[in-house]
Design a protein around this ligand. Sequence first.
Ligand code: AMP
Ligand code: MG
Length: 423
Amino acid sequence: MAEGAAGPDLPVTPDLPVTPDLPVTHVLGRILDAIEPVEAVETLSLREACGRVLAADLVSPLDVPAWDNAAMDGYALRGADLDPVRYTELRVAGRALAGHPYAGPCPPGAAIRIMTGAAMPPGLDTVVPQESVETSGELVRIPPGQQAGQHRRRVGEDLAAGGLALPAGRRLAPADIGLAASLGVGSLVVRRRVRVAFFSTGDELQAIGRPLEMGRIYDSNRYTLGALLDRLGVEAIDLGVVGDRPDALETAMRDAAGRADAVISSGGVSVGEADHTRAVLARLGNVEFWNVAMRPGRPMAFGRIGATWYLGLPGNPVALMVGFIFFARPALLALGGAAPIPPVPVRARTLEPIRKRRGRTEYPRGFVAATADGTMSVALAGSQGSGVLSSMSRANCIVALPHDAGPVAAGDWVDCLPFEGLL
Ligand code: AMP
Ligand code: MG
């Protein structure tokens, strides 16, 4: 009998409905399209504002620098006084130091001794570095070849009064705090901190502090999540461990949603457990369960419980982290009003082949480092099992292998996302 031509007496397997896994970019897009940032704002002093999200554009009230000033230690003079072919000899009529400007107008044909950062005396437009000149008594001798206007920082060259100093949505970094201070701005209006309630689910989970009972595991996810949330700068509310009972889960979800802008739970979204969580959430809100075309971290749930966002991440400890990095983190940043901050990949050559299936994004963990020849290389950080935290702990990056890519050969270039700045 020809292949595929089943005889009438053979049973025919019915086609099962198959929902294709959703690409990572699609899932992130769905999440970010849905989320609206919290509206409330607060005013914080600069010392409190780093890591917070600026709520409105900061417009510069000043020119920075506020005056033309010297970019080098040397002599300030009029560029027009320089002889293009012979030495120029000028009398030194005074001194200008940082914070101590030269008081009077500079007499014609004279120069002013000047230090870096000192305001340029009125009418003088050029600084000749001290290394370039000869001095004798009150005179300074300047060789030909200096350019009129050189080594002068211009008023407003950093920022002009009325210009945009920092855009709304900026997650404030140390340079932004310094920039605000350079404008004389002592406080900033930021969005209020996002509140995130989180808990772990699973009958097998045991709180730390007692010897491990047979068949159980310590609840590590809640500690990982708490640490990730703290690093992100949100207000994290730890609601403990919830057993696999519908009534307990329902109580926990209600409680969490009542206290926070977002709820994150770990576990209970994988095949075999999802039905249980799904039934509870169907009563409480509007939550979708997805299979994401990624590894680790395939199952997840996203939606609302009343006005609160809900994100259900897988229970496997590394899947939880990867789900957090690629979905929860951008979602919480958006909820906090931050403009999207795409991770900055480092291109590195892989030292070993990496198995990769086309049609899903894979995120093995690795260790990226500079090699002797100055290029970057990456090695996988041991076992890639989605429950193996020790290799995640040893790793310093996630290798991002895109949806459509196939297997990677040793020596191929891959994108690495360093944990520094990501976690
Ligand atoms: P689940 O997503 O609930 O099916 O869990 C998947 C795997 O992750 C199981 O092996 C769980 O025991 C494990 N797991 C679930 N929650 C945690 C947790 N909070 N800490 C450590 N492992 C967990
Ligand atoms: Mg579970």
